[in-house]
Each structure stands twice: as C-alpha cells, then as structure tokens.
Ligand binder design. Structure first.
Ligand code: ADP
Ligand code: ZN
Length: 720
C-alpha cells in the first residue's frame, strides 16, 4: 500500500518521528528501510504506521521528499510491535531500539564485493616499530583495514603502507555464497525415555507457548531442545538460540554441527563487518535457518521466526546494562508473543521470576530430573574455614588440598572456582596504608600479575604497578590483599609443581577461538587443575572432571542485593554441576566461614526446593520482584554538585502515587564511574501499577542540562 506521505522513525534518538513526502515511483510500506534528508545530512530510518506515532503538524507542501528506499525486506510487523513494546517498557527512544534492529550499516547497502586484507608472510624491507607491532598482531587474521588497524592498535596508514610493501594482500569476500542448510535428520541422538518425553512435549506446542525446560546439570537439555529446533526446521521456519556468553559459542557450534550437519549462523560482537553483513541479510531473507547469538540477536529481522530458545536462561549476563537496559530473557518471551511462536527457557537453576510464572500457570514446565547415561549427581560438602583454615597467606584449606592431591594421583581433573579475576583485588602500601584506587571510579585497582598491570574492572584504566608508594615514597612496600584466580594458581603451583594448570577468566578466554583451545586442552587431558571465574560455571561438559572446589562461597553474599542469595545458590549449583558428568562420580567441596547460612545448608542438603520456597516467600513478604516492581533512576555528571542538584530535583518532584514509594536520592555504591559522579533513586511499586507511565510523566516534566545524564533502569539487576 503506497503512501503519498510517510511517517519515519530515524535512527537519531534525539529526534521524534518525522513526516516525509514519498516521491513518485517510490513504494513505501510500514517497515520499509529508507534514507531521509535532515538539514544537509541524510539519515537512515524506518517507515511506521502513522496512526501509531504522533508528530508535529507539518503541511503537505512543506514536506521534504525521501531520498531512497533500501533494497532489504521491510521490518516485519511483529518486530515493529516488539520495538514499540521495548521502547515503552524500558523507557527508551524507539530510535535506540531500531539501532539494535539495524546494527550494521553495511548490511543495508546493495550486494557488493567487500575487500578484506590478510598477511602474506612477506616481511617488508623497511620495518618500523609500528610495522613490527602490526604484523605480530595480525598473524593469521583477515579483515577490513579498519578492523585490522583497530585490532593491531596502529593507524590505517601503517596498514596501507604494509599493503604497498606486499606484506598484506587484498582478498575479495564473496557476499552471496549460499549458506549451508542445517538438516533436522542429520544425526538425531538416541534419547533416553525421560529425554524423549521432554522433547515430544517441547515440540508439541504451536502458537505462543512459553516453556521452562528445567533439567538438572548434565541431563541433556541441549539435546532435548535441539529436537524442538529440528521440528521448527521441518516446518520450514527459522530458529534462534540465545547464549549468555560469546565464549560458549564455539563448543556449542561443534555440538550443533554434529547434530545438524553444518554450523548455524553466528551473531555476536566479535563478527567482522563482512560476516555481520552476510548474517544480517541471510536472517532478513529467511536463508539463515538457525541463528545462535548473544542477546543482541534477539532484535534481528527474522523473516519466518518459528522458535526461540534461551539457553542458561537464569544468567545475569542476559541483562543489558547500557543503552536500552533490557533483559533478553524477558524480551525473548515478548518477541515470541508478538510472533505467536514457542519460546523455551532452559536452565538447571531457573530464576525465581521464571518459576513464579510457572506457578501462575503462564509458562509450562518440562522437567529432566536425571543426568544422562546414568551419571550421578555430585556429592557436596562444606569445609568450615573457621575450624579448618588454610595456613597464613594461603587460601586452600588442608581438606581441599588433600582432595586435589588424591584427584591428581587418580589422573582426574579438578576445578577451583573463585569469582575474582586477577591476582589480588586490593593493593596497599605496608608502610603508610595507601590503597590504590581508580582515578575514574569508586573501585580498587586490581592487580593482574600476568599482565604486570593494575587494572580497574569498571572503566578499564590500567597502570604498571609502581615500585615506590606514591603516597610515602617507600620502595618495595606494596602488598597484595586477598586472592584472585592468579594467586590461587600460584598457590596450586607451589603445592603441586608438576600439575598442569589453566586459568579461565574473561582475560584468558576472550574469543570463541580461545574457548575452543581451552576445551580441546581439557578434552585431551592436557590440564589437571582449572582455576576459573563464573566463566567456567557455564555449559561446559568435561567427563573426567570429578572434583570441584569453591574457594570462597561467602563472596557472593557480601554485596547483599535483592538477588545475592539466589545468585550465589545458582552459581555454586552450576559450578558443582561441572563435576562427575561422565561415568566417574563427582564431589564438590565448598569453603565457607558459615556452613549454616541458608544458601550453603540448602546446597549441601540438596534442598533446592526448600531454598527457593524460602527465598520466594521472603520476596513476597517484602513485595520485591516478581511480587512488586522496581525501577532505578541513575543521575550522573562529571560535576558532582550538578548530579546531586538534578537528583534532588527529581526526588522533590516525585509524584505521590498510591502503591509507590521513592527512596533516595543517595550517592550510588559506585559513586563514581568512568569519571562521572552518580546518584541513585529507587522506585518501588506494586505489581499492578504502571510504573513506566508514572516515571514518564514525572521525568517528562523536568529539564536538566545536557551535561547531566538520567538513565532509568526498569527491573534492575545491578544495584551499584
Ligand atoms: P545440560 O545442558 O543439561 O547440562 P548437556 O546437554 O550438556 O546437559 O548434556 C550433557 C552431555 O550428555 C553432553 O555431552 C551431551 O552431548 C550428552 N548427551 C545428552 N543426551 C544425549 C543423548 N541422548 N545421546 C547422546 N549424548 C547425549
Ligand atoms: Zn575505573
């Protein structure tokens, strides 16, 4: 239906929708991706149903004509409805949501060949330090000049010079090579009776059908939801599998390939722009049958979406903390609703919010109560650190050391879990007590001994560890306080000099390729003891891993936010779930100062039902989510007085609404972040209250200078 006049949402978040004239011969429908003029510039935008958005009145004769309509499929109606919902619910500009739908400008251009470059192995006659640096960094890599320059941390000019010197060569990347098509009948597994029943139940639903796939660790949830993917493929539709962490994609891709005969289409931040473009176009045309991605894959314009799976659905990383602060698990369910398709939330440790939906009868539950192939659940025991402490300056209790030794002797693998990157979380001066903190954030500088750096985990600020204390000038007086994984690795090396160890954190596993190397080394039995952060608690399956040690089970409880106990429980249960997944039984030792704390006691008693029931009751009594609503308002500015003044004005303007209370403003626990001072307000509201509407009116009536940022976090997961 061509419109003479079109209402366009541009990708500029500062602008509302704008009306344009549709020139003769141009066909525009709702969802069309267009180029629109704005002043002297041109902007990308999407045509919208005019009746759904209001703009200022502009007479027909004053409208400017659209420049062009792009040769990509229009954004489908269900995705437009989702975009509106996300913008509304998370109080974000529609333009910001559209940016997630159209994240790759190159994808929108017509078919064309992309030129990429790769090293030839030839060394130029004239070498400069930058050339040396670039060639070392680019070994085996391919990409555009931009991408390679960013990776090697040199200028474009250095790379152009290397091209001229013959050290890099151009390669034309084919845009249109057809993708492999996953075959639902390539290698279906022989499912156990329990798995087969679950798979049949998953595949039975059509239309909007949210399901919690609740299976113990090692029960084969992946194999089971793969059957639902197969059903979706047989129906000729597209499936989307969301994973919480890019590091998990590589092992997942291998498993997928074994089941379906070829790799799925991957979508994550690590893609080169040619890959991104190819994936986006294949998704939009319907050619990409199965997409596996990080949370951002949720907003792509699938032509014929038939199924969404959220794997490890309890993971906090599904919450986006910047820009549009959405929760991918919740948005996945909404997308399934608008698309009228099934959605599977898979987890061994489902969130209280998700369980509650099952209790309300809104989600179905499909359970797997047993590990696959007769593997037994691991046994859990606590080590009471007040009774059996490690020697001074050490972190592993004698009982845990003895078990590690026995495991080494038996030729089995062990895992030590500590959710702290680096060597030590705090460095101080022995002489004057000076503590190193980040100049930009309210945070300690964390020592990374392997990189020989002190680093801020919030803003990325790094510095070499100084020899002398900057406060008192005393030399060699700095001491590390507390353990990080690197320090535990040192302790293991001192205890067992012959053991082969690996540290697994986001510092060591920062790409799918590194994750694949780690998995291969584990499978080849080249590693005896893994020391890792939460990154190792997820998804991995190593049959010979039989001992898990939780170095500090009290760590997660100290922050004390709404979900601290739940998160600790999930994390320890997940890391425990790595033990004994093959035919040898697993055991888990949990170091704690308080074995009677409800979380620890429930873990050891294997009483997950009891723990969840108590937590849920506590939430109900306090009217906390999912029984009530929370929204955080974070005000930040480089000038602390300015942030404070605006936060105070917001607080004073808080409307009096029945069923709503406003706390603060108060300085945020992270009072300074990336050089900005932060104030927080917390809104607590009854479930039935449309808190977004209230906040929209409230903040809409106020103004502040452009130097102050006000961000609203609906359903917050971080309270820092
Ligand atoms: P979960 O995600 O529930 O912890 P996985 O899906 O990782 O469990 O399964 C655990 C292991 O068992 C994996 O190596 C998987 O390939 C294997 N497995 C599960 N079910 C089957 C099956 N029916 N046939 C063959 N292997 C299976
Ligand atoms: Zn910092």
């Amino acid at each position: 239906m061509p419109l003479p006049r079109a209402r366009i949402v541009t990708l500029n978040a500062a602008l509302g929708p704008l009306d344009y004239r549709v020139p003769d011969g141009m066909a525009i429908e709702p969802g069309s991706v267009v180029v629109a003029p704005l002043g002297p510039r041109q902007l990308l935008g999407v045509a919208w149903e005019p009746e759904r958005l209001t703009t200022g009145e502009v007479g027909d004769n004053r409208l400017r004509p659209l420049v062009s309509v792009l040769d990509v499929p229009p954004i489908p109606a269900p995705l437009r409805r989702l975009a509106e919902w996300v913008a509304d619910y998370y109080l974000s500009p529609l333009a910001s949501v559209l940016r997630m739908i159209l994240p790759s400008s190159s994808a929108l251009e017509g078919a064309r060949q992309l030129i990429e470059y790769r090293p030839t192995g030839q060394v130029p006659d004239r070498m400069t330090p930058q050339r040396v640096q670039a060639l070392a960094a680019l070994d085996g890599r391919q990409g555009t000049i931009r991408e390679l320059a960013a990776h090697a941390e040199v200028s474009d000019a250095v790379l152009r010079g290397l091209v001229n010197a013959g050290a890099l060569e151009a390669v034309a990347v084919e845009g249109g090579k057809p993708l492999d098509c996953p075959d639902p009948d390539f290698a279906p597994p022989a499912l156990s009776v329990e798995q087969a029943a679950a798979a049949a139940s998953l595949s039975a639903g059509t239309g909007f059908d949210p399901v919690l796939l609740d299976g113990v660790t090692g029960s084969g949830k992946t194999e089971v939801y793969f059957e639902a993917v197969a059903t979706c493929l047989r129906a000729g539709k597209q499936a989307l599998v969301l994973l919480p962490e890019i590091a998990l994609t590589e092992p997942f891709l291998k498993r997928f390939e074994a089941r379906f005969g070829c790799a799925p289409t991957a979508w994550h931040s690590g893609l080169r722009s040619s890959q991104r473009r190819r994936a986006w176009r294949a998704i939009a045309s319907g050619e990409a049958k199965v997409t596996v991605g990080a949370r951002s894959a949720l907003f792509l314009p699938y032509a014929k979406l038939g199924l969404i799976v959220v794997d490890e659905a309890h993971e906090p990383t599904f919450k986006q903390e910047e820009g549009v602060q959405y929760h991918a698990r919740d948005v996945a369910v909404m997308r399934a609703k608008f698309e009228d398709i099934p959605v599977i939330l898979s987890s061994a440790t489902p969130a209280i919010e998700t369980r509650h939906m099952v209790e309300l009868g809104r989600y179905r539950e499909v359970a797997l109560a047993h590990r696959f192939a007769g593997a037994t659940m691991p046994t859990l025991a606590a080590i009471n650190l007040t009774q059996d402490p490690p020697p001074r300056g050490r972190w592993l209790a004698p009982a845990l050391v003895a078990e590690l030794e026995a495991n080494l002797a038996a030729g089995e693998q062990s895992l030590l879990f500590l959710n702290r990157r680096g060597f030590a979380p705090l460095t101080l001066c022995r002489t004057c007590g000076h503590r190193f903190h980040c100049p930009n954030c309210t945070a300690w500088m964390v020592e990374h001994r392997l990189m020989h750096r002190l680093a801020c985990h919030h803003c990325g600020h790094v510095m070499p560890p100084p020899r002398a204390c900057p406060e008192c000038g005393e030399e060699d007086s700095l001491v590390a306080c507390g353990p990080g994984v690197e320090r535990i690795a040192d302790e293991v090396a001192a205890l067992f000099p012959d053991a082969r160890t690996a540290i697994v954190t986001s510092d060591t596993i920062w790409s799918p390729a590194r994750a694949a190397e780690f998995v291969a080394a584990m499978e080849e039995q080249e590693i005896d003891i893994v020391i890792g952060t939460q990154l190792v608690t997820k998804g991995y399956h190593f049959p010979n891993l039989t001992l898990v040690g939780v170095v500090d089970a009290d760590l997660g409880l100290s922050g004390g936010d709404l979900r601290a106990a739940e998160r600790s429980f999930q994390q320890i249960q997940q890391v425990a779930g790595r033990a004994g997944r093959g035919d040898k039984p697993g055991r888990v030792l949990i170091q704690t100062h308080d074995p009677n704390a409800p979380v620890i006691a429930a873990l050891i008693a294997g009483d997950s039902a009891g723990f969840y029931a108590a937590e849920t009751e506590a939430r109900r009594e306090a009217a906390m989510p999912p029984f009530g609503r929370l929204a955080a308002i974070v005000v930040s500015a480089e000038d602390s007085a300015e942030a404070e003044a605006v936060a105070r004005r917001i607080g004073q303007a808080a409307p009096r609404v029945e069923g709503m209370a406003v706390f603060g403003p108060a300085p945020a626990p992270l009072a300074m972040l990336r050089g900005r001072h932060r104030q927080r307000l917390l809104v607590h509201a009854a479930r039935a209250l449309d808190v977004q509407d209230v906040i929209r009116d409230w903040l809409g009536g106020l103004e502040w200078s452009a130097k102050v940022r006000v961000a609203v976090d609906v359903d917050p997961y971080s309270f820092l």
